[in-house]
Write a new protein. Structure first.
Length: 726
C-alpha cells in the first residue's frame, strides 16, 4: 500500500474511533444516566476495540496473529498515554507553557509516534531486534523531545543575540551581509547562518528559532540509526544515537545556542551520504556529502579537520565506481555555492582573509601542542560526562569520576571492536578511524585553548566507531539483545536524569555557570556559582514586558540579561531599540529591579511580576548617579568595554531604612575580574542574606548608622546598587 494512502486511512480510523468514544459517552450519560467517569471508561474501551480492528484489517492489512498484535497494540496505547502526560508535564511544569499549547503539541506528537510504532512493530508479521525494535522506533522521539526542551531552557547570549539581530536587519532590508559571524575573533566565513536566522524569524521569535535549530540538531539521532543500518546493522545505529545523547561538551551547544549546534548533525549526514555514495556510486549522494561538509565548515571551521573523510570517499569512488572527474567537479562546485558571498566580499576587500590568517598565526592562541592530544581524547569520552555531573549538577568528585570512567570503558571496548572491524576490511570504519586520528591531532595543534564547541565533529565520529564496535562484540555473545538493550536504555536513562536535574536548576534561575573549562575543556575547573539567564522561552515574555513598560529603567541581573541580548527581544516584538538600564534618565522614569526568583524566594520577597526566571519589583533607591546605559541603540561586541585590570576598592554610603534590602548586581559579568562585595555596619561586616554569581542581597536595616557597600572590582562603573522594600 502506498504510504500516503495508509497514513490517510490511519487518520480516518483515528477520527472514527474518536467519534465512537464521544457517541458512547453521550448515550450512556444522557440516555442511560450513567456516571460520566464510568461512561468515558466504557467509551474508551469501545474506541480502543474499533481502533484496533480498523488498523488491523484496513490501515495496515496485517496478517499477524491476535496474540502477537493485540498486546503490542495495548502497549503502544499505554506509551501514547504516558507520552501525552509527559509532554503536558514537561510543557506546563518545566517549560511554563500554557496547557492548551502543550496539549496541542501532544496531539501532534502522540498520533505520529503511535502510527510509526504500529506500522513497524505492532502489526508486523514477525519481529527481530534488528529490524523492528521498539527501542529503535521510540527512542528517537524521546531523545528529540529532550533535545528541544534542553535548548528552550538554555541561555540567550551575546553571540546568538547579535546574529539574530543581523538576521532582523536582513528581513527589514537594512543590511545584506556578505560574510558570516567572526570566528576566533579573526576569521569570517559565508553569511548563510545569518540568512538562515532571517528566514526563521519569519516563523517566530527566539523560542521558535531555538526550537527549530534544536530539532535540526536532533536529526543526528535519526540519521545515526540510518547510517548504522547502512554501514553495519541497525543495532549499531541505535547504539550510536544513544551515545550521541549522553551529556558531553557538545551538549552545551544547545544551552549556549549558536551555529556550532549544527556540526554534529552535518557530520552524521556527511557519513551517511558518503556511505550511500560508496554503495551505489550515485552522484547525488556525492554532492550531498560535499555539501554537508561545506555547510559544516560554515557551522564551525573545525569541520575542516574532518577533510580526510570526504577526500577518502572521493578516492574510493574513483576506484570503485569510476566516477568521472567532470561529475566530481560539478559536485564540488555545487558544494562551494555557500562560499560565493564570502568570495565576493573578499574580492571587494582585496582578500583580507590572508591578513586575518597571518594575524591569527602570530597570536598565542594558535600555538597548539601535541601534548593536548590525550587530554582532548579524554574530554571526548569521559571528560564531558564528568563535567556535567560534577560542574553542572554539583555531584561529588568521586562518583562523578567513577561514572565517567565506566562510560569511557564502554566507549573503549567499542573502539577495540572498531579496530577489529577495520582490520577485517570494513572500509567505512577505516576512513572514520583515520578521520578521528587526523582530526584530534590537528585540533591539538591549531589552538592552545579548546572551547566546548570545537570537539563536536571528531567526537561524533569517535562515538560512531565505538557504536559499531559495541554492536560487533554483542553479535558474538548469546545474550546480545539484553546487553544492547541494557547499554541503550542505561545511556538514555542516565542522560535523561541529568537533563531533568539541569532543567530544574534552569527553571529556578540557577544554572551553575563557569567560563572554565567551558571555553578550554582541558583546563582546571573554575569555582561555579548560580547564574540566572534569560531563556529562549522567556525571551517572548521579556519582549512583551519591555514593550508594555517603555518608561522604565531596569536594574539587577535582569539588566545584565538585557545587555547580553542587546534588548533584541523587544526589538523583535515591537520595534523598541532603546532600553535604558543601570543609571538615571534625564526625563522622569520608573526604576525596577529584576532578580532571580530563587533569590527572592529565599529572602521571602514576593515579586510584582515575573519575566522568565526574573522577579521584577520597584526600586526604592538608586545609588548610581551616572546616566543610564541605552541598550539596543548600537550593538558593540562585546556589549561593554572589558575592564580586566587592577582591582581596587569602591565604597558607597547607604543610609538604612526599615524593611529595605540592598541589591548589588555585577553587570560586568565576563568582561571584568569577578568582584568581591561586602557590607560594613560600623566595625561589623554583614554577610549577604543570599547571593549568586552576579547578585548579592543585604539587609541594611539592622544597622543603626550609615552602612557602607564595599565593592572590590576592576569595573566599579558596571556595579549596580539599588534598594527594594520588603
Amino acid at each position: 500500500m502506498v504510504a500516503h494512502v495508509r497514513l490517510a486511512r490511519y487518520g480516518v480510523a483515528g477520527g472514527f474511533s474518536l467519534l465512537v468514544h464521544a457517541t458512547v459517552l453521550l448515550v450512556l450519560v444522557e440516555v442511560v444516566l450513567m456516571s460520566p467517569v464510568y461512561a468515558t471508561i466504557i467509551g474508551f474501551g469501545c474506541s480502543l476495540a474499533v481502533s484496533y480492528y480498523l488498523q488491523y484489517v484496513w490501515v495496515f492489512c496485517s496478517n499477524a496473529s491476535f496474540t502477537h498484535a493485540f498486546p503490542r497494540f495495548l502497549l503502544v496505547c499505554a506509551i501514547g498515554l504516558l507520552l501525552n502526560a509527559s509532554i503536558m508535564a514537561l510543557g506546563t511544569s518545566v517549560l511554563g507553557l500554557h496547557y492548551a499549547f502543550a496539549q496541542a503539541v501532544a496531539f501532534i506528537v502522540v498520533p505520529i509516534s503511535n502510527y510509526l510504532i504500529n506500522r513497524s512493530w505492532t502489526f508486523a508479521p514477525g519481529d527481530t531486534f534488528q529490524q523492528n525494535s521498539l527501542l529503535g522506533i521510540a527512542l528517537p522521539f524521546v531523545m528529540t523531545g529532550f533535545w528541544v526542551s534542553l535548548a528552550l531552557l538554555g541561555a540567550i547570549h551575546l553571540d546568538l543575540a547579535r546574529d539574530v539581530m543581523v538576521g532582523s536587519d536582513i528581513t527589514r532590508g537594512v543590511e545584506l551581509p556578505l560574510q558570516g559571524p567572526p570566528l576566533a575573533g579573526v576569521f569570517h566565513l559565508g553569511p548563510i547562518w545569518y540568512y538562515g536566522l532571517a528566514f526563521l524569524q519569519l516563523l517566530g521569535g527566539y523560542g521558535t528559532i531555538v526550537a527549530i535549530l534544536a530539532s535540526l540538531s536532533a536529526l543526528q539521532f535519526w540519521l545515526a540509526q540510518q547510517a548504522g543500518r547502512l554501514i553495519q546493522c541497525p543495532t549499531s545505529g541505535l547504539v550510536w544515537s544513544a551515545l550521541l545523547f549522553v551529556p558531553a561538551w557538545g551538549t552545551f551547544e544547545l544551552i549556549l545556542m549558536s551555529h556550532p549546534v549544527l556540526v554534529s548533525v552535518l557530520t552524521v549526514s556527511m557519513i551517511l551520504l558518503g556511505a550511500k555514495y560508496l554503495e551505489s556510486g550515485c552522484a547525488r549522494f556525492l554532492a550531498g556529502m560535499l555539501m554537508c561538509f561545506s555547510l559544516g565548515v560554515h557551522a564551525h571551521p573545525t569541520m575542516m579537520l574532518q577533510w580526510v573523510f570526504p577526500a577518502g570517499v572521493l578516492i574510493l569512488g574513483l576506484w570503485r565506481h569510476r566516477t568521472s572527474l567532470i561529475v566530481i567537479s560539478m559536485c564540488a562546485t555545487a558544494a562551494l555555492i555557500p562560499f560565493i558571498p564570502w568570495v565576493f566580499h573578499q574580492h571587494l576587500s582585496e582578500w583580507v582573509f590572508f591578513q586575518e590568517l597571518a594575524r591569527y598565526s602570530s597570536e598565542q592562541q594558535s600555538a597548539g601542542s601535541l601534548s593536548a592530544f590525550w587530554p582532548l581524547l579524554w574530554q571526548m569520552t569521559g571528560g564531558g560526562v564528568e563535567y556535567w555531573l560534577r560542574g553542572t549538577l554539583g555531584w561529588p568528585a568521586v562518583p562523578s569520576m567513577l561514572i565517567a570512567l565506566f562510560y569511557t570503558g564502554i566507549v573503549l571496548v567499542g573502539l577495540c571492536g572498531g579496530v577489529v572491524l577495520s582490520i577485517r576490511g570494513n572500509v567505512m570504519l577505516q576512513l572514520m578511524f583515520l578521520t578521528v586520528l587526523v582530526g584530534a591531532v590537528s585540533l591539538s595543534l591549531v589552538r592552545t585553548m579548546h572551547a566546548y564547541y570545537m570537539l563536536s565533529g571528531v567526537h561524533t565520529i569517535l562515538l560512531g566507531i565505538a557504536a559499531f564496535g559495541i554492536a560487533y562484540w554483542a553479535s558474538r555473545i548469546r545474550s546480545s539483545r539484553r546487553i544492547l538493550n541494557g547499554i541503550v536504555v542505561g545511556a538514555i536513562s542516565m542522560s535523561s536524569t541529568v537533563y531533568l536535574l539541569y532543567a530544574i536548576d534552569a527553571r529556578e534561575g540557577g544554572w551553575p555557570f563557569a567560563f572554565m573549562p567551558l571555553f578550554n575543556v582541558t583546563s582546571a575547573m573554575d569555582p561555579h556559582a548560580r547564574h540566572p539567564f534569560l531563556t529562549p522561552m522567556a525571551a517572548s515574555a521579556s519582549g512583551r514586558w519591555l514593550c508594555r513598560n517603555r518608561d522604565v529603567v531596569v536594574h539587577g541581573s535582569y539588566a545584565l540579561s538585557i545587555l547580553h541580548t542587546y534588548a533584541s527581544e523587544s526589538q523583535l516584538r515591537c520595534g523598541i531599540a532603546h532600553v535604558p538600564v543601570h543609571g538615571l534618565m534625564e526625563r522622569s522614569a520608573r526604576h525596577v529591579v529584576g532578580v532571580s526568583k530563587a533569590l527572592l524566594r529565599r529572602v521571602n520577597v514576593e515579586p510584582v511580576e515575573m519575566v522568565g526566571v526574573f522577579g521584577v519589583l520597584p526600586a526604592s533607591r538608586i545609588a548610581m548617579r551616572e546616566p543610564a546605559l541605552i541598550v539596543g541603540k548600537e550593538r558593540p561586541y562585546p556589549v561593554l568595554e572589558p575592564r580586566f585590570g587592577e582591582v581596587y576598592e569602591t565604597v558607597i554610603d547607604w543610609v538604612p531604612r526599615s524593611d529595605e534590602l540592598v541589591i548589588v548586581s555585577d553587570l560586568s559579568f565576563g568582561l571584568a575580574t569577578p568582584p568581591t562585595v561586602t557590607m560594613r555596619c560600623g566595625d561589623d561586616q554583614l554577610d549577604p542574606l543570599v547571593e549568586d554569581r552576579v547578585t548579592w542581597i543585604f539587609d541594611a536595616s539592622v544597622c543603626e548608622s550609615t552602612a557602607e557597600v564595599i565593592l572590590e572590582t576592576s569595573a566599579p562603573e558596571y556595579m549596580n546598587v539599588v534598594g527594594i522594600n520588603r
